[in-house]
Design a protein around this ligand. Structure first.
Ligand code: C5J
Length: 222
């Protein structure tokens, strides 16, 4: 497929399909599902759930076109050996990472709540990057996988906009990737952080990347 131009801010994104991957960040049951850990902490999961349908359509488009897709999950080893003590105690909550939660031990690999929601479940050929931090590049093999595939551009979607999406976009930018973030495919529990999280990416002529809407990507790839 030839390069396609996508309507975006601060200016059009020139997408090279063979060099572009869809990277879906942390669409995990504990963050998104009613009754999960996110809701247990008092968050409004509908703010994240509105991203499911646009992500599904974008994912189906990438799959149909045979383009690269990868997923991430935030979580830790069952013995907590990769969980920094500072992360374990952060927030001083009664229930923290590794404790029993509504869908198994919180943010522990292998537990139901840690897994990706069924609507966006990875296919066997789609790499799933298990990350212990907020950024998808920290302590993972994501960069090696992308380099081996010749990927230089990322469409970054998922949750949450100001935390794991923003951290990943910043890490990717420093490693030389061009990042495009479709606003309807990323979500925050906090509407003001959604707004500022996106504005920080595209500010100063695209200091970290570009922002668009997913229909613009889908239309350009049609
Ligand atoms: C993500 C978080 N995925 N908010 N995690 O953003 O702790």
């Amino acid at each position: 497929m030839p390069t396609v131009s996508i309507e975006a801010e601060p200016y059009p994104f020139e997408l090279i399909p063979s060099r572009c991957a869809l990277l879906i960040i942390d669409m995990q049951r504990d963050f998104l599902e009613p009754g999960g850990f996110g809701e247990m902490l008092g968050n409004d999961v509908s703010q994240l759930r509105r991203t499911i349908e646009p992500n599904k359509v974008l994912l189906e488009t990438f799959r149909a076109k045979g383009l690269a897709v990868m997923h991430t999950r935030e979580g830790h080893r069952p013995d907590l050996s990769d969980l920094p003590p500072a992360k374990k105690v952060r927030g001083k909550g009664k229930t923290t990472i590794g404790d029993p939660g509504p869908m198994g031990r919180i943010l522990i690999r292998g537990e139901a709540g840690h897994d990706i929601i069924p609507e966006l479940y990875p296919l066997p050929n789609e790499p799933v990057i298990d990350k212990p931090g907020k950024g998808a590049f920290f302590a993972t093999d994501l960069h090696a996988i992308l380099q081996n595939l010749g990927i230089t551009q990322l469409i970054v979607t998922g949750v949450t906009t100001e935390v794991c999406v923003n951290t990943t976009v910043r890490e990717a930018n420093d490693r030389g990737y061009e990042c495009l973030v479709p606003a309807d495919c990323v979500g925050s529990y906090f509407p003001e952080f959604q707004d500022f999280g996106l504005r920080m990416i595209k500010a100063q002529s695209g200091i970290f990347g570009w922002v668009c809407d997913s229909p613009s990507i889908i239309a350009a790839l049609a």
